[in-house]
Every structure is written in C-alpha cells, then in structure tokens.
Design a protein around this ligand. Structure first.
Ligand code: AMP
Ligand code: GLY
Length: 432
C-alpha cells in the first residue's frame, strides 16, 4: 500500500514509525512532517490546512490510504473530498468531525443519546450567558464552542471569573469566531483519561486508554500546553471500565452518528473524567491524541494498515485488533519559553546515541539542519521531541524513558520530571 500521512507532530512521527513496520507498506509520504519523519518517509511541504494541496498530493502519489493526524483538515472536509475521489481515508467526514469542531454539537448529541456528560448551557449572546451566571454559584467551566487549538477551555472558580471568561470569548474574541458561541459547563472533578476507539461507521475496535499531562510544570502547575507527557496504560484501567465506557459512551455515540446520517469513521477519542458518579465525557476529538499516540502506537499488536483501511472501508469485522499488555511512558521535551515565546534553530545532540532497550524518540518541532538527513536536526517548534520508554511495568517504562532523555540535549530544553511518577499516575490532570 502507498500511504500518505497528514500532519507534522509527534503523533504523526509515531504513526509513521508504526506503519513503517507493516508488511503491507510499499511507500510512505508525510504531508508536513519533521526531521524524524524524514528518516522514514518522504516529507511533502504542504500545511495541514491546505485541503486543495493535500487532495492534489493524494492524487499525485496515487495513495491507497490517507491517514489524517490533526483535526483541522478533517473539520475543513478533507475526508469528504478524498472519498468523492474514491481515495480511502482514515478520519471522519466534515459532518462527523463536528463532534470535535463544535462542543455544542457534541453535548447535544450526548444529551440525545443519553451519554454521561457535565450539565451544560449553550449561549450565542453574551447577555444571556451573563444573566445565567448571575443565578449560578460556585465553580463553572466556560468553553469556546469552536476549534481553539486546545486553548478555549476556561476553568473558573466562581461566577465572577466565569463572567470575565465569557467576555474574553464573546466581546474580546480571544478565540476568534470559535468563541462567538460559548458553552457553560458543570465543573467536574476526578482522574482524567483519554480513551480511543477505532471505528468503521458501525463497529469499533477494543478500546485503548492513555493519560496525558497538560500543565507545563511538575505537580500540574504552570500554564497549559499542548501536552508535556503521557503514559499507557493507566493503573485504574480494567476490562470492566473499558466495557462500561464502550457500552455507555462509545456505542451510543456511534449509533447516534449513524442515525444522523454521518457515520463515524476513524478514531473516536473520548476525553473522560472518572467522577464519583462514573465516567463522564469532557470532550470528544475526531483524531488520535498528541502526545498519547506516542505511547499508544507501540501498544498496537495488529497490522496498522489493515486496521485503518478497514475503518475507512467499513470492514472492521474482518480484522482482529489487539493491544499489547505492556506499558509506555512518553516525556515531551520543549523549547525554553514554551508555551510563550521561544527561540528555535538550536542543534539537538544525542539523537544518534544508542539508548536503553525499548526506547524511541519521536520528533515534533524539528527540522533538518545543514547537511540534510546526515546533519544534526534543529529545534523548530515549541514541543520538540517525545522520548518514549517501554516495559512490563510503568516504573520500568518510566526509568527507560528518562534514561534515554538524559542523552539528549539542546539549548533551552525543558521537560517535566514527574511524568507517570507513582504519585500522579491516577491524577495526571489534577489542576494546580
Ligand atoms: P477539554 O479541551 O474540553 O478537554 O478541556 C481541557 C481540560 O479542561 C480538560 O482536560 C480538563 O482538565 C478541564 N475540563 C474540561 N471540562 C471540564 C469540566 N466540565 N469540569 C472540570 N474540568 C474540565
Ligand atoms: N492530548 C490532547 C489532545 O490531543 O487533544
């Protein structure tokens, strides 16, 4: 199979790495890509938002399968365009991608399908939202309805903060049109987990779970980031919990999407909070998570191309999907200053060194330096690398990942030292 992956982060490098091991692969391209994917595939210089360019690339490469990493091209209708041309695509249609692109859509779908989620109210005008907050007491969560690159969620301790957050979205337009509609949500608490199901429109794979860390600093303090680390599998994950999430959340959503005439194909990612009253959905994403993919792809025991093609073609009943029972820990190395301003162009040393067993380094914001592929890669973004270690226990995986990380240096590099430490394996997301 000739395969085109869309995206340029650690998620896409991990996808490329796993797909490269498939006996079904004949040729691989990555639209976007980074210095890491350049070692495995041919990078094409096309941004993820350039749907026309991506469609043209799929035609020119005569791709047998296009795998879409990020949400933006899906929300822009890339899958629909490819499907019209008869090119199999792993990723949902524009209508199905609404599950991530519109929080209001997702919440109303859940309400209709009886899926457990926070209580919520949707507002399209500021004065009604502020009126509602006047009669509300205690913490509240304010969310921009649309895609805001992971930034449109404001956790507010009281309705005064809530009102400020509503104004930030609706009159200051801090998230552009994404915040013209806001959702006010019940403030939930509990451990968080990202759960992934590979779906073919009707059927779904066995679930796989991972936890990610969003705050910059140890102890879940500091600003939110695109992700500072991840691990799989969480110690609280069990067959019983997986069955409950499948029955109460994943299957009802698949059924509701099919009934609405937009069957869901691709990965359905549920961001869950495990509350005292059972798992509740904080958000759905229409794609794999980053940095979760970096610890989930190594767990995939089945052929990735057979799996993703079956999702695209609605034949998931014909493949068996298995997950390893191992554990992986991923630590993200970021540029100094991230998630604020940072410099790039620094040499990354130590990538060629032989690491401990069962370790991998996935690139995100990296670029080939002078000398191209034989030269030293340079930093080119905020999140630079995810260093992953595997083992029979999370402790072993964690030790290996940190040992590999110690071999790698670049100016300004920083990372968290507490990823998957025993103290926060069940509280990866507790806010600090
Ligand atoms: P989201 O992008 O919706 O996943 O939100 C980002 C983060 O905000 C989540 O990972 C949670 O830590 C937090 N969050 C979102 N919704 C809620 C909620 N209803 N109650 C408490 N925390 C939330
Ligand atoms: N890890 C969070 C996300 O991919 O949205």
């Amino acid at each position: 199979m000739k395969v085109l992956i869309v995206g340029s982060g650690g998620r896409e490098h991990a996808l490329a790495w796993r797909i490269k091991q498939s006996p079904n692969l004949t040729r691989l391209w990555v639209a976007g890509g980074n210095a890491g994917t350049a070692e495995l595939a041919e990078n094409l210089d096309i941004p993820s938002s350039d749907v026309d360019g991506l469609v043209a690339a799929a035609r020119e490469t005569a791709a047998d399968l296009v795998i879409v990493g990020p949400e933006v091209p899906l929300a822009l209708g890339l899958a629909d365009r490819l499907t019209e041309l008869g090119i199999p695509v792993f990723g949902p249609s524009q209508a199905a991608a609404q599950i991530e692109a519109s929080k209001g859509f997702a919440l109303e779908l859940m309400r209709e399908a009886g899926v457990p989620c926070p209580e919520f109210h949707i507002f399209t005008d500021q004065s009604s939202a502020l009126d509602y907050l006047k009669s509300h007491h205690g913490p509240v969560v304010v969310k921009a309805n649309g895609l805001a690159a992971g930034k449109g969620v404001l956790l507010c301790q009281d309705s005064k903060q809530g009102a400020a957050a509503v104004k930030e979205c609706m009159s200051d337009r801090a998230f552009g049109e994404a915040g013209d509609t806001v959702v006010l949500e019940e403030f939930l608490s509990g451990p968080e987990v990202s759960v992934f199901a590979f779906c073919d429109g009707e059927r779904l794979s066995p679930l796989v779970a991972a936890c990610d860390y969003k705050r910059l600093e140890d102890g879940n303090r500091g600003p939110n980031t695109g992700g500072m680390g991840s691990f799989a599998q969480p110690d609280f994950w069990s067959d019983e919990l997986a069955a409950e999430i499948e029955q109460r959340i994943m299957r009802p959503v698949l059924r509701a999407m099919a009934e609405r005439g937009s069957p869901y194909k691709g990965v359905l990612y549920a961001g869950l909070m495990l509350t005292g009253a059972g798992p509740k959905v904080l958000e759905f994403n229409c794609r794999l998570g980053d940095p979760e993919t970096q610890v989930v792809m190594p767990l995939l025991a089945s052929d990735p191309l057979e799996l993703m093609l079956a999702c695209a073609q609605g034949t998931l009943d014909e493949v068996s999907v298995r997950w390893e029972s191992k554990n992986y820990v991923g630590i993200v190395m970021v540029s100094g200053g991230y998630p604020g301003k940072y410099e790039t162009g620094f040499e990354i040393a130590g990538l060629d060194e032989e690491g401990p067993d069962d370790t991998m380094v996935f690139h995100a914001g990296t670029a080939l330096g002078a000398g191209g592929q034989s030269g030293v890669p340079l930093t080119a973004g905020g999140r630079v690398l995810t260093v992953v270690g595997g083992g029979d226990t999370l402790e072993i995986a964690r030790e290996r990942a940190y040992s590999r990380l110690e071999q790698i240096t670049f100016i300004g590099a920083r990372w968290r030292r507490d990823i998957s430490s025993a103290a926060n394996q069940t509280a990866a997301q507790a806010t600090g």
